[in-house]
Design a protein around this ligand. Structure first.
Ligand SMILES: *Cc1c(COP(=O)(O)O)cnc(C)c1O
Length: 409
């Protein structure tokens, strides 16, 4: 038998649009011993995690829990459980993830209506309301932060519009939660989902979700009809949720006081999700958002200090990621590779219309940190110069240091 070495990943500073380097305490939490599914320790940890995430989401929603799987598990659970085949879903698209929500809604056999704005912009509330009046959807599915364009869609006016027109309001806050304001109750969200691998500072594989009473009732009434359908033996009816794994009615019963068996909870991911929330709430939600704002502002000032042009409407940029145009004459992918090979720093490429045009640089979670920002800018300066760009010496690091100083003053 040959010896198989233990896994030994290289040291990396993950400064892309996600995943990011996890908080060390999250990795430690994940190596904690496993306990059984119905061990009182486990059920208590599940309830505690629900409480912590109520605070992360800023909600009193009873139905706040984790969907096991990456962020799109949460998205898929929310959409397939809230929308019946044939119902209308409105998806404002301002980047790649809007298209993902639309695709998932189509797979749920909804009638999907997209409204699009140019990449680099957000969608005006008036345009969303106009489309709601025209389409009369059951559900509005709206991304908050779209990492493909770095835009942070304002949500604070949207809940009220949805309520006025009797529309359920769902948001994918995967990229933004923890690093930008999010107020589930104050903004009138009916459903919101996230992941750990962006501002929450964990690995991907767990999707926090919160559901309003209205959303809960939609799911419950569907479950009651479904029970009747099963008895009648006709599973072709529209009320039948097409997925077992993503049936939120069943997942709510599993997390609820009855703890009805569904899947085997992903114990190590529960520990990770709990620790992500604990880090956020111990430091303070507002303070963590401010730390992301400062690190993001420093990175923005830094890339501008290197003479780079920033993509998109900067007034609506998420705190935690910036898109920079690759300078003329610089080979984008080889330069990014040099960042990784020579400095161990990962920055992001781009998709769709931005591919080959911009890099995306993130400052999230554990890496929303002064030394991570300065190290990245110093490395970027050297790589840009080696790839033929003329860059001001120290222009990036100096501008970023100034931003950190101003923020501390
Ligand atoms: C990063 C991101 C995701 C990621 O989904 P995964 O299933 O975890 O890969 C989803 N939505 C948005 C808006 C994101 O930025």
């Amino acid at each position: 038998m040959s010896h198989i070495a233990p896994i030994d990943p290289p040291a990396r500073l993950l400064m892309g649009p996600g995943p990011i380097s996890a908080y060390p305490s999250v990795l430690r939490a994940m190596s904690s011993p496993l306990v059984g599914q119905y061990d009182p320790f486990m059920t208590a940890a599940m309830s505690e995690t629900q409480d912590l995430y109520r605070r992360v989401w800023s909600t009193r929603n009873e139905q706040t829990f984790l969907v096991d799987g990456t962020s799109r598990a949460g998205i898929e659970a929310a959409i397939t459980s809230l929308v019946r085949p044939g119902e209308r879903v409105l998806v404002p698209v301002f980047g790649r993830f809007g298209h993902l929500l639309a695709e998932i809604a189509e797979r749920a056999m909804a009638e999907v209506h997209r409204i699009e704005v140019e990449w680099g912009q957000v969608v005006p509330a008036s345009k969303i309301e106009e489309a709601i009046v025209r389409v009369k959807p059951t559900l509005l599915a709206l991304v908050q932060g779209d990492t493909s364009t770095t835009m942070n869609q304002p949500l604070d006016d949207i809940g009220e519009i949805c309520r006025r027109h009797g529309v359920l309001f769902y948001s994918d806050a995967t990229a933004s939660l923890g690093g930008n304001a999010f107020e589930a109750d104050a903004w009138g969200l009916d459903a919101a989902t996230a992941g750990l691998q962006k501002c929450l500072g964990g690995p991907s594989g767990s999707s926090p979700i919160t559901l309003s009473e209205r959303a809960t009732e939609v799911i419950r009434s569907r479950g009651r009809v479904e029970a009747g359908i099963r008895e009648a033996g006709d599973t072709s009816a529209a009320d039948f949720v097409r997925s077992n794994y993503f049936d939120l009615g069943m997942i709510m019963d599993y997390w609820g006081p009855r703890r009805l068996n569904h899947h085997t909870e992903a114990t190590s991911m529960l520990y990770a999700a709990r620790e992500c929330a604990s880090v956020l709430l111990t430091e303070g939600r507002e303070k963590v958002i401010a730390r992301h704002a400062t690190a993001g502002a420093a990175m923005l000032a830094g890339v501008r200090g290197l003479g780079l042009t920033v993509f998109g409407d900067v007034a609506h940029k998420m705190n935690n990621v910036v898109a920079v145009e690759i300078p003329d004459g610089v080979a984008g992918d080889p330069a990014r590779q040099a960042m990784l090979d020579d400095f161990g720093i990962e920055i992001g490429t781009s998709f769709g219309p931005l591919h080959g045009r911009v890099w995306r640089i993130g400052t999230m979670g554990y890496n929303a940190r002064r030394d991570a920002v300065l190290t990245t800018l110093a490395a970027l300066e050297q790589v840009l110069r080696r790839f033929g760009a003329s860059v001001p010496t120290g222009g990036g690091v100096d501008a970023a240091i100034d931003t950190f100083r101003e923020a501390a003053a």
